[in-house]
Design a protein around this ligand. Sequence first.
Ligand SMILES: C[S@@+](CC[C@H](N)C(=O)[O-])C[C@H]1O[C@@H](n2cnc3c(N)ncnc32)[C@H](O)[C@@H]1O
Length: 238
Amino acid sequence: MNLAWIANTNAGAFLRRLRIRIPDLRLGAELGAMRGVEGWLAKEEAELLFALASGVETGCIVEVGSYRGRSTIALALGSRSGHGAPVFALDPHEPFTGALGGDFGPEDRAAFYRNMLRSGCYLDVRLINLDSETVTRGWSKPVSLLWIDGDHSYQGVSRDFNCWQTHLAPDAQVVFDDSLDPRIGPARLIKELLESDAFELVRTVGKVTLLRSLGGRPAVISSAHPLASPRDVRQARA
Ligand SMILES: C[S@@+](CC[C@H](N)C(=O)[O-])C[C@H]1O[C@@H](n2cnc3c(N)ncnc32)[C@H](O)[C@@H]1O
């Protein structure tokens, strides 16, 4: 059995669906609506998002990178079981190749709509089909929970974080996916945020890292600096 066979045959498609669905059998009743929704969020990671969303009493929940709605559903169900904080799901759903090689595009928008309807989470979720830079210019709601799972390049994740940073509530929680892989952006950004003393590490679950804002001055991260990369700095000094 090779990769082309898995990608191109009906039997391969059946195996792909099984691979998605078998781990989902472990999801408890409260997250049952996530079953079969494609994505990379594991059970324990979804439970963390659910618990965090259920604890949001004031302000709102923002997701950056929704794909087909897997993590969106965890946030929506959590919010519903807690205090009903609004969930804003941001994803342009435009053709995009991720830092880990995943291909995304408008078909994901269709699947997102289907999954919101099937799960009933359209009642809780407001889809914003735009990027953070466009949206945050006119944003006025304090963000108590920010979940970042969009562009994992360092420039991408730090751009998204910077856009939202000034909208964070004083004790906001910020969660990053794919946060442990040193080849991509979230790990580097998290290190900078912890070194800035503006955030503290709460915990890591699976590949997800949870930080809490310490409510002080905003963190200044290197991508926000005009000399963004070490090479730029070296060239400027030369
Ligand atoms: C890894 S997927 C998200 C998975 C989703 N959170 C889940 O649990 O299934 C990454 C998504 O980020 C989106 N994306 C890429 N650039 C983005 C940006 N600047 N802002 C928001 N989303 C972005 C892609 O379109 C893609 O759908």
